[in-house]
Design a protein around this ligand. Sequence first.
Ligand code: VNL
Ligand code: MN
Length: 345
Amino acid sequence: MTPATKPIRRIATEEAFSIPEVAAALRDVARSPSVSQDLILVQRIYDAKVDDVQARLLPRLLDLEKERMRDMDENGVAMHLLSLTAPGVQMFDADTATELAAIANDKLGAVVKKHPKRFAGLASFAPQSPKRAVKEMERAITKLKLNGFIVNSHTNNEYFDYPKFFPILEAAEALDACIYIHPRAASDLMAAPFRDYGLDSAQWGYGIEVSTHAVRMMVSGVFDRFPKLKICIGHMGEAVQFWLWRLDYMNKNAQNRGSAPKTKLTPSEYFKRNFVITTSGQESHLALDFSIKALGIDNVLWAIDYPYQPSGPAVAFMDSAPVSATEREKLYHGNAERIFHIEPA
Ligand code: VNL
Ligand code: MN
């Protein structure tokens, strides 16, 4: 008799969900005038016509225990690290955003508690009101036992290097909770060239928005102030690791001419110390190999990007990745367990 081999534990780390309350508020946003480029996607998903091919996304975002769990079982996915899908609560006014984040976190906390082997969760908060955000962050980690935070890049066109957000970064560092910076559409003054050809979202605009956010944090000195802060970015690091040499070189020039503040470390040093990346929606072995070599095997985590991308190919991509068995364990679950405080199986 051959001993049964233990199946590898696959923890997918950028898996989207929504709740009816947020979906209804986003439908209102879809019907209101706004210059935000997020409106393209918000109208497509939350105010879709019945014949819209994307219309099936919303029921799949709202479902946790039925089709999603079936999909996980069929593809050998042990766990989804869930996050309220982009743009989260960041298009609402501060009061609505604060209230909806708490409702989403309560629901997330409940489903994680009910299925502790199948779900973990990243908590939302409203950066529109940093003070109340900090309270919700503390509640989400200490009371709801959630695993970190999700933020969908800029809030009202402002980025985490703005001092108004420092209390949020300070809280995340103190709570030892990683902030996953997920994309949303580019901020208003950057968005114009992304309006055509479907470039607003996952095809291109999302990556430019989040990579710019990450670079702003590194070169502004945020990580000298918060040296233990952990940030996670998806989509194979939004290509930041490919840029590190040039970032280091040109940041030094910018520092020398006084355009950028002096920092203790270089961008590449911050990126390796303060960031981890996930493979969400980016299934290229070449890009994975480069990322592991550039950042180290401990800094790369697997993700699917459910329900925006199918689970089967994401599993096949990582099952067949040209890495050792030990490395695959880290990519599939070891790194996620460490970064997001998920109990090892
Ligand atoms: C898409 C892909 C949207 C991944 C997402 O968030 C995402 C998309 C709104 O293809 O529209 O996380
Ligand atoms: Mn995503």
